[in-house]
Design a binder for this molecule. Structure first.
Ligand code: DAH
Length: 352
């Protein structure tokens, strides 16, 4: 019996030597230490042995079993390591190869500029107030003191969502961010109707105009409107704030000038120019040889508009302005065609 066990061990170890992969190893396990292997048969037959023989055979069988199991584990480990070494040798890595370009997303240039403008205004104490893009004729025009036949109300300038008869109140896409002034004033005034609080807000957003699309005009564009209302607000506050804004936006040396203008919702009205930063005021193609670039319209809020917003014009005054981030970008980067902004051409967008 003991001899047979030695034979079993010798045969098994010999067979194991030629095992080279996982499948062969599994076959070996079944044949030599599996349930119906000769070794296990020895265990099964232990009961038939005599009392004297049994302990010695049992101990020897256990020793052989342990030895074969240990050999099995060792082989399994060796096969695993060989497989790893082989795959490492096959998968060579050339660290000198150029990398694959990673396409990084980015914000649209208009969004970037919008955020620059709002960040500057936030530093100056302005809160952001957002207002709707779909408006009524009442808010877009009437409450802003547009005379009945003002050219800006002409069908050609406005996208009507739902046409109305004259005297009704058609729904339209806002042609400017100014109707937000009325919404904001009314909302602030509601907080304390007898004593409306002061206002200092920026109103950013998309505007729409029914126009021929050309290099200079688009049917959609952003505006950032500013509105300040309080007691004793004067044109000096308007100039001081907008001059400060221009220096923060275009550089500390930026010079500005104000020209008289007309808007129905401001009185007096003005336009602000900055000295051309391309030629430094000498005159060039960008500033059309004037040395100045127009960047915004502004003025003192018209008493009728204050009244419509719920602010008593005898007690309150205010100023407002509207400017275009796309226009600022065009000036800053000398972009000569506004259609690039919504053309979705990556060659343009990836430059920002
Ligand atoms: N809403 C004007 C436009 O779209 C811009 C503007 C001018 C806004 C003067 C203002 C302002 O608030 O005071 O052309």
């Amino acid at each position: 019996m003991l001899e047979q066990l030695n034979e079993i061990e010798k045969t098994a170890l010999e067979a194991l030597r030629s095992v080279a992969d996982g499948a062969a190893l599994e076959a070996w396990r079944v044949a030599h230490i599996g349930r119906s292997s000769p070794l296990m048969q020895v265990f099964a037959g232990l009961g038939k042995l005599s009392k004297e023989e049994r302990p010695a055979v049992g101990a020897a069988a256990n020793r052989v079993k342990a030895a074969l199991e240990a050999a099995f584990e060792e082989k399994a480990q060796a096969i695993k390591e060989a497989a790893l070494a082989k795959s490492l040798a096959e998968e060579t890595l050339d660290v000198t190869l150029p990398g694959r370009p990673v396409h990084v997303g980015r914000l649209h240039p208009s969004t970037q500029q919008l955020r620059r403008v709002l960040a500057i205004l936030a530093e100056m104490g302005f809160q952001v107030y957002t207002s709707r893009e779909v408006e009524t004729d009442e808010f877009n025009f009437q409450l802003l003191n547009f005379p009945p036949n003002h050219p800006a109300r002409d069908m050609q300038d406005t996208f009507f969502v739902e046409a109305g008869e004259r005297g009704e109140n058609p729904i339209l896409l806002r042609t400017h961010t100014s109707p937000g002034q009325i919404h904001a004033m009314r909302e602030f005034a509601k907080m304390n109707p007898d004593n409306p609080p002061p206002i200092r807000i920026a109103l950013p957003g998309m505007c729409f105009r029914y126009e021929q699309i050309t290099a200079r005009s688009e049917i959609q564009f952003h505006q950032v409107e500013g509105l300040v209302v309080g007691e004793n607000i004067t044109f000096a506050d308007l100039k001081g704030t907008l001059n400060d804004f221009a220096r923060r936006m275009f550089g500390q040396g930026a010079r500005t000038r104000f020209r008289a203008s007309y808007f129905p919702f401001t009185e007096p009205s003005a336009e602000m120019d900055v000295e051309c930063f391309v030629c430094g005021g000498k005159g060039c193609g960008v500033c059309k040889n004037s040395g100045w670039l127009e960047i915004l319209g502004c003025g003192m809020v018209h008493p009728v508009v204050l009244q419509n917003g719920g602010y008593d014009p005898k007690r309150y005054s205010g100023y407002a302005w509207g400017m275009g981030p796309e226009r600022q970008l065009m000036l800053r980067y000398r972009i000569d065609d506004i259609r690039y902004f919504w053309g979705n051409d990556l060659r343009f967008l990836e430059q920002f």
